[in-house]
Design a protein around this ligand. Structure first.
Ligand code: ADP
Length: 152
């Protein structure tokens, strides 16, 4: 026996695993994509949140299922509607980075009441500092980790 409370053990393990070890590949569309194409990508890639990027893969926004549902419910032509009018855009995106501990990232998901966080690294470009998208961290990643930690 270690003499530690179970909660300390869990916090210790979760606090030591980094986002880099638990993330998924990013599923992204360009900011010039239509709402229609974004919805198709959601189905084809089987994800609930699409990351929207500019040329070069820099973070521009996030489009959720309900964002797309709301856009479709306007009755306007979603083939001609750019995703950028219906997404949540920078600088209002909550992000994580590969070196962050999963516990911190999980707390962000909860406190901001969102399903997914883009995983980003900061890069210097001619037009200033930008966030390059390298992954996606979701509630599914936490569930997977939870099951793995149980050794199942
Ligand atoms: P849904 O809208 O399908 O319930 P979410 O709960 O993830 O999915 O999203 C709720 C709202 O928060 C949406 O308007 C979405 O654009 C926005 N959102 C989703 N993820 C993020 C994020 N990482 N940072 C900021 N806003 C986000």
């Amino acid at each position: 026996l270690t003499g530690k409370e179970p909660a300390d053990v869990i916090a210790g393990v979760l606090g030591s695993v980094k986002v880099a070890q638990a993330l998924s590949q990013p599923v992204a569309v360009r900011d010039t994509s239509s709402v229609y194409d974004t919805i198709v990508t959601m189905f084809v890639e089987d994800v609930g949140t699409i990351i929207v990027v500019s040329e070069g893969g820099f973070l521009e926004g996030v489009a959720s299922r309900k964002d797309m549902l709301k856009a479709a419910m306007t009755g306007k032509n979603i083939n001609k509607m750019p995703v950028s009018v219906s997404m949540t855009r920078m600088p209002n995106i909550v992000v994580t980075h590969p070196e962050e501990h999963v516990l911190q990232a999980a707390q962000k998901l909860l406190s901001h009441q969102v399903d997914a966080l883009p995983v980003v690294v900061s890069v210097k470009t001619d037009s200033g500092e930008k966030l390059q998208v390298v992954g996606r961290f979701t509630k599914t990643n936490i569930t997977r980790l939870f099951v793995q930690l149980a050794g199942k």
